[in-house]
Design a protein around this ligand. Sequence first.
Ligand SMILES: [Zn+2]
Length: 322
Amino acid sequence: MLIQAAGGNTSIKDGEVMWIKASGTQLAEANDKDIFVSVDLPEIRASVQASEARADRPAEFLLTKGGLRPSIETSLHAVFSQRVVMHAHCVHTLAYAVQKDCEQLLEGPLTGLNWALVPYVKPGANLANLVAEVVKDAVNVVVLQNHGIIVAGDTVEETHALLIDVHQRLRIDPATSQNADLAALNTLAENSEYTLPDYTLLHQLALSAARVTQATTGSLYPDHVLFCGIGATALKAGETPAEAVKRVMSAGAPAPVFLIAPGVGVLVRKDASATNRALTRCLIDVLIRVPDEASLSYLTPEQNFELLDWDAEKYRAALNAD
Ligand SMILES: [Zn+2]
């Protein structure tokens, strides 16, 4: 509920050196593998402050060799004066952070903490600069809209306790589950590239009309876009998975990682990676904690394209070519 696949990152500063989890590695492996890399802290801080383009190329500040690269979010950690920084794409936080009025919603549960909310911008140095503005006032809890949570402290124990405290304060009980139509799903999956998910809660994406709308209207946070694509695809009435894939691909997007069959359940691509699956799971873990009537804040088309490094104009041209 705190970490999905390689998402989020943890860092510790030692004088002028900052150690941070390497991009694409899993925190769960930290005890068994060398997954932390070190960067030059004063250099990266100066670069972020000067808004240099290289602030978004954290590998240029590497002190360690060995092929692992620091996270694109390294700059986010550098702007904190505290020694330990933990950043997570916490499901409980996301259930608030994807709602338009999250600032008011967070006020009650976070009362007494020194927290701030930072609006969505693409993860990287621009976001680090926005975070730098709010942490000037000894803020040690930063909620990133449509993204996640950052907590900071001077020891690992204190920082971890703060992360868990925030996670518990923002805890929301999941909505009641409905039964998927497994027979109908099996029929849909026959002779297709899709199969029934191991994570059965996933079906809840399909079993309330409000949730189908929430999931398919757009993308709610960056890792969803990176690992599941833009928004989500629901089968139209009478459509087969193959027909839905053809429809999506003809608009220039890759085949969907998962398909929502409204009122029936969810199918996942047979070749979906562990990361694809983790981020698919994340979507229902978040949405089952969001009220049906909530007003959600979606990434704009441009925000989706910049995450995927797609040329927005080219994509528009492809869409209009239909
Ligand atoms: Zn992040």
